[in-house]
Design a protein around this ligand. Structure first.
Ligand SMILES: Nc1nc2c(c(=O)[nH]1)N[C@H]1C(S)=C(S)[C@@H](COP(=O)(O)OP(=O)(O)OC[C@H]3O[C@@H](n4cnc5c(=O)[nH]c(N)nc54)[C@H](O)[C@@H]3O)O[C@H]1N2
Ligand SMILES: Nc1nc2c(c(=O)[nH]1)N[C@H]1C(S)=C(S)[C@@H](COP(=O)(O)OP(=O)(O)OC[C@H]3O[C@@H](n4cnc5c(=O)[nH]c(N)nc54)[C@H](O)[C@@H]3O)O[C@H]1N2
Ligand code: SF4
Ligand SMILES: [Mo]
Length: 734
């Protein structure tokens, strides 16, 4: 094959940046940003080149494999599906639907194959369905459901038009935004200031985003609800709210006013770790700006008050007149109008629980903290067989170290993944999809959360191998194995051939035709797949438009500002403010709060096998303030033991004054030293699994989302025998 360049997107994270992939002799020679891409406009981060590394990675599985002893041997697809069908059907026949568990991980949401993932979930009819969403955006969905009447109505930050951007618990300069898809976030943030606006970052760490801001407010981990309640107090008592818009759009305003009336910035300050004057100023400036938007994400989702915090964020935006208005929080009009129709999907909070009764279901799934215990359970909904799809929960979720051994107790486990990971290594069969560069796809999901309405197309860079299957084809075959088909040997083939005709690409094309820009509504000028295919970088469908009035799913069609249980929980927080912050944990001997952090060259747990992503200083370090390190006599680079009530890990110390005192930050997704993992590059620099420190039972009180931020820990010099392994790990890194 000669040299060619193909335009598509990098699908590694939500930004889905447009890339130009140059190929010569079947090798990727270069990956650059696509300047014609309507959303990313040429921006890419260093991870984009990993798309090539992934494709060529010799460790990537290219055929299904079956467990033999401690290793795996290749098997054919037909044999694999027959065996999986037989084993799963047997478990279901003997123990019922919920005996098969399923976990769906983050990359599943980065291709339209996820439509078939959803179909498999439906066919399973299990109570044991889990996704990465319950360690991610559950609080935002919960709040959307209670305030706007549907969990899919999560507002997007209109960063490109705002006069004031307040970022709370997110680091878009590294993550490029999530539930506000904003490739090239750094430039968009600089542009806010460039047009005379202001940027404030509220974060315990002086992050890459904070460096771009006018002001950094180093809040105490978990202190946000106090800060926000006191801001509301100022907005109410100083009469800074947009009463006209509130009266027209919202209900419950009186309850909010009553809630915050007596809670002053002075009372909030010790809990927020922010002084009262700053709190007052933050409130006044938010109200005074021509438009202003507060954007919160992972850092506040992953706390016990995740739902309350997101509710307060939305409330502050709404009462200052910044909801559903340019420059504020808005709702997209995506080509497949999920926001419009999502409101008819049932949320059914608490329709069932795990066997211990601790975790409640939300939008038909259980919070991921329940997973290991459901496998180890003796109860009615014990998991006996498992399917994982594009997920690595052994590293990415807190399970107190019990998930890996629990997976080994299963009757049967099938993983859909292209690597032998810390999770999939426990599988009986692993089914690998083709590489992302071999996929043809329409990006129908990310426009639901993008800063501009758009539609983009992913062209194949390489033809898939003749016997390669895409994720959706794998899902479809699992579905047909689980359907109650008569004369299975004959009918399965027939059902599979039917599925083959309804690819997600075809389904998307139909949904687009019927959508707000489609030919059914707009005739010949309407949006078609052909037009998107022909475009150099997708089709821009314009800025976000005010449309909450048509979308809202509450009964009185008003924004519910004051759901009763939220108000009650906030009142309890206010009552508790009379106690000393953190006193109980400090009495227990835990004196530091642990938070997470992301890096530009890392993506959750799974890009550590690409050599170019592993260059530079070690990443899996404990970041600590120099004052805290001096108090403990710890040196930069020295191995330290970080211990919580639930576990301990050893990592190198990294001293920095960019983090608030009393806080340590360790990234997740590391800990590749487990035996049998097929990541040879990652194994050389494994890092440690921070989720061993977190308590699976620590969750956001409303949604059950894992609360992996602000776990209490201690940090001490590591004993010399563990120290040597950690030091060895450090010295192998670039
Ligand atoms: N402590 C702590 N834990 C966290 C977080 C945190 O901030 N702190 N963040 C959480 C968040 S936001 C998320 S989203 C989760 C992510 O958690 P998960 O979704 O469980 O894990 P990932 O690390 O994304 O692993 C993805 C897996 O999918 C495989 N894979 C990649 N692409 C594909 C594909 O196209 N098809 C298939 N079939 N497989 C593929 C990879 O090989 C890898 O094994 O982690 C969460 N965990
Ligand atoms: N490079 C890179 N990009 C990614 C990913 C990745 O792994 N690497 N993952 C992708 C995924 S799956 C997601 S969901 C998104 C997440 O995107 P973001 O939400 O931007 O995630 P983080 O970078 O973890 O930012 C969370 C911030 O919250 C801060 N924080 C921690 N605790 C608190 C607190 O109590 N209060 C406040 N106010 N702040 C707090 C942390 O210091 C951190 O800066 O990123 C996506 N993009
Ligand atoms: S931000 Fe980086 S990893 Fe994410 S889509 Fe863009 S290039 Fe890919
Ligand atoms: Mo995520």
């Amino acid at each position: 094959m000669g040299a060619t360049t193909i335009a598509r997107q990098c699908t590694l994270c939500e930004a889905h940046c447009g890339i130009l992939v140059s190929v010569e002799d079947d090798r990727v020679t270069r990956i650059e940003g696509n300047p014609d891409d309507v959303l990313s406009k040429g921006y890419i981060c260093p991870k984009a080149t990993a798309m090539g590394g992934l494709h060529h990675d010799p460790d990537r599985l290219r055929t299904p494999v079956r467990r033999v002893g401690d290793g795996f041997e290749p098997i054919g697809w037909d044999e694999a599906f027959r065996e999986i069908g037989r084993r799963l059907r047997r478990v279901r026949a003997e123990h019922g639907n919920s005996a098969i568990g399923m976990y769906l991980g983050n990359p599943a949401a980065h291709s339209s194959s996820v439509l078939y993932g959803g179909l498999l979930r439906t066919v399973l009819l299990t109570k044991n369905f889990y996704t990465a969403s319950s360690i991610d955006q559950f609080p935002q969905e919960f709040v959307a459901w209670r305030m706007f009447g549907s969990n899919v109505l999560m507002p997007v930050t209109d960063i490109d038009r705002t006069h004031r951007l307040v970022v709370l618990g997110a680091n878009p300069a590294v993550s490029n935004g999530s539930i506000t898809t904003m490739p090239g976030a750094k430039q968009r943030i600089k542009d806010v200031r460039g047009r005379g606006g202001t940027v404030v970052v509220i974060d315990p760490r002086r992050t890459e985003t904070a460096r771009l801001a006018d002001e950094h407010v180093a809040v105490t981990p978990g202190g946000d609800p106090y800060l926000l309640l006191a801001m509301l107090h100022v907005l109410v008592t100083e009469k800074l709210c947009d009463e006209g818009r509130i009266a027209a759009m919202c209900s419950g305003w009186g309850d909010i006013r009553a809630l915050v009336a007596g809670f002053t910035p002075e009372q909030a300050a010790p809990h927020a770790g922010v002084d009262a004057d700053t709190i007052r100023r933050l409130a006044r400036d938010h109200a005074a700006a021509p438009s202003a938007v507060m954007y919160g994400r992972i850092g506040v989702c992953q706390t016990v008050t995740g739902t309350l915090t997101h509710w307060l964020i939305n409330t502050i935006n709404a009462v200052t007149g910044n909801l559903d208005r340019p420059g504020g929080q808005m709702f997209t009009t995506p080509p497949v109008d999920a926001t419009r129709f999502g409101k008819y999907l049932p949320v059914a909070h608490g329709a069932w629980t795990d066997d211990s009764g601790t975790f409640k279901s939300f939008r038909s799934e259980l919070p991921v903290g329940a997973l290991a215990d459901q496998i180890l359970s003796d109860g009615d909904t014990k998991i006996r067989a498992m399917i994982t799809y594009a997920g690595n929960p052994v590293l990415s979720t807190p399970q107190r170290g019990r998930l890996a051994p629990a997976l080994d107790t299963l009757d049967f486990y099938v993983a859909v993944d292209m690597y032998v990971t810390e999770t999939s290594r426990h599988a009986d069969i692993i089914l690998p999809p083709i590489s992302p560069l071999e996929r043809e796809d329409l990006d129908i999901l990310m426009p639901v959360f993008s800063v501009r309405n758009n539609l983009r197309y992913n062209r194949r860079v390489f033809e898939p191998p003749a016997d390669g299957l895409e994720d959706w084809e794998i899902m479809a075959r699992l579905v047909s194995e689980l359907l109650p088909l008569p004369a299975r040997a004959l009918t399965t083939r027939f059902v599979n051939s039917l599925f083959d005709k309804v690819s997600p690409l075809r389904l998307s094309a139909l949904a687009i035709a019927a959508g707000p820009y489609g030919v059914l509504r707009r005739g010949r000028s309407g949006l078609t797949v052909a037009k998107v295919r022909e475009s150099a970088g997708g089709i821009d469908l314009g800025p976000l438009l005010p449309r909450l009035r048509t979308l809202i799913g509450t009964r009185d069609r008003k924004v519910r500002l004051a759901p009763e249980d939220f108000v009650t929980a906030a009142a309890a927080l206010i009552d508790a403010a009379s106690e000393e912050p953190g006193a109980v944990h400090i009495a227990d001997g835990f004196d530091l709060r642990l938070i997470g952090r992301r890096h530009l060259r890392s993506n959750n747990s799974w890009l550590h096998n690409i050599p170019s992503m592993m260059k530079g200083r070690p990443r899996c370090t404990a970041l600590m303030h120099s004052g805290d390190a001096a108090d403990r006599g710890l040196d930069d680079g020295a191995p330290v033991t970080v211990a919580s009530k639930h576990g301990a890990i050893v990592v190198p110390l990294e001293i920095s004054d960019d983090i608030r005192r009393g806080t340590v930050a360790i990234p997740h997704g590391w800990g590749h030293a487990e035996p049998g993992v097929g990541w040879s590059v990652a194994a050389a620099q494994p890092g440690a699994n921070v989720n061993l420190l977190h308590d699976p039972a620590a969750v956001d009180t409303f949604s059950g989302n894992a609360a992996v931020n602000s776990t209490w820990v201690t940090v001490n010099a590591a004993p010399s025998e563990t120290a040597s392994t950690a030091v060895a790990a450090v010295s192998t890194i670039g």
